[in-house]
Design a protein. Structure first.
Length: 285
């Protein structure tokens, strides 16, 4: 079963709705994620957290820091670097008290959790794990070999991140953001995401595609058409085109990404519904 036709019909209806932006609902409020699992890197600056996330790791520490929790870096693994502050102790001329100030930064070698082995870390945040497992179509991401994780979103510069052929990380509890990143993954898997960085074309595909997916699944409120229009508008204005034009220029590519997601979900469903194989009757001796 191919979902291209259904996706195109829903996409066209959304684009028609965009022609009268005043009739769209207001964008949904963002519900930021706060990790409570004590991951080491969640205490770092957002820039350093981003370095870990983009490399596809769920935590990171220095060589000796991993030893402190009973884990060791696997043979052959290479460190990557984050920025650590260089501090200097000075004496306050007025009070005579010593205080530490940051005078610069240096590279600090760290290893990701997945580069280590040894004692298991304390269990993650059960609430977050339950929410991730409940995401619609999360099985599609896993079938494509993608990890699905979260980061503390309130201090971040992004609501979600898709790491090419590696994983998805979310900073908000919004299904629209989740589906946005999943459409990025499908677009990449289709071989049509050629742009580097945040480009109007790939971002329009992801945002419109995410709304289409949610509409098809019956999540009309979560599709957040007001937020979708505002998001695409921000990118299309830089290209001096309208939201409707941006959507129409990427419509076929969007529908192909949505179809890949839903076709994969259907294949997973059919595989799960296959009757378990029964052992053949033993031949008489």
């Amino acid at each position: 079963m191919n979902y291209y036709g259904q996706a195109e019909g829903v996409a066209q209806s959304i684009v028609r709705a965009f022609e009268d932006a005043n009739s769209l609902p207001k964008p949904l409020a963002q519900i930021f994620i706060h990790r409570k699992d004590g991951s080491h890197f969640s205490k770092w600056s957002w820039g350093n957290q981003l370095l870990v996330i983009l490399r596809g790791f769920s935590d990171a520490r220095g060589f000796n820091q991993w030893h402190d929790v009973g884990r060791w870096v696997k043979k052959g693994e290479k460190a990557f670097h984050i920025l650590g502050p260089v501090k200097k102790t000075i004496v306050d001329k007025e009070t005579g008290e010593e205080k530490s100030i940051v005078v610069g930064f240096k590279g600090v070698a760290v290893f990701g959790l997945e580069q280590t082995e040894g004692e298991p870390l304390p269990i993650g945040d059960p609430e977050i794990e339950k929410w991730l497992d409940s995401l619609p179509l999360v099985g599609v991401a896993k079938a494509w070999g993608l990890s699905v994780d979260v980061f503390n979103g309130e201090t971040a510069n992004f609501l979600g991140i898709y790491r090419r052929r590696s994983g998805i990380a979310l900073g908000v509890r919004n299904l629209s953001t989740w589906c946005h990143e999943l459409v990025h993954a499908a677009d990449d898997r289709n071989g049509t995401m050629k742009e580097l960085g945040q480009h109007w074309r790939s971002e329009t595909v992801a945002e419109l595609g995410g709304a289409v997916v949610l509409e098809l699944l019956g999540f009309k409120h979560e599709a957040d058409l007001g937020g979708c229009w505002a998001y695409v508008k921000g990118y299309s204005e830089k290209e001096q085109i309208t939201v409707v034009d941006a959507c129409m220029k990427t419509l076929e590519r969007t529908c192909k990404a949505v179809a890949l997601i839903l076709d994969t979900a259907e294949a997973i469903r059919q595989e799960n519904e296959k009757p378990a194989a029964t052992p053949e009757a033993a031949a008489p001796s």
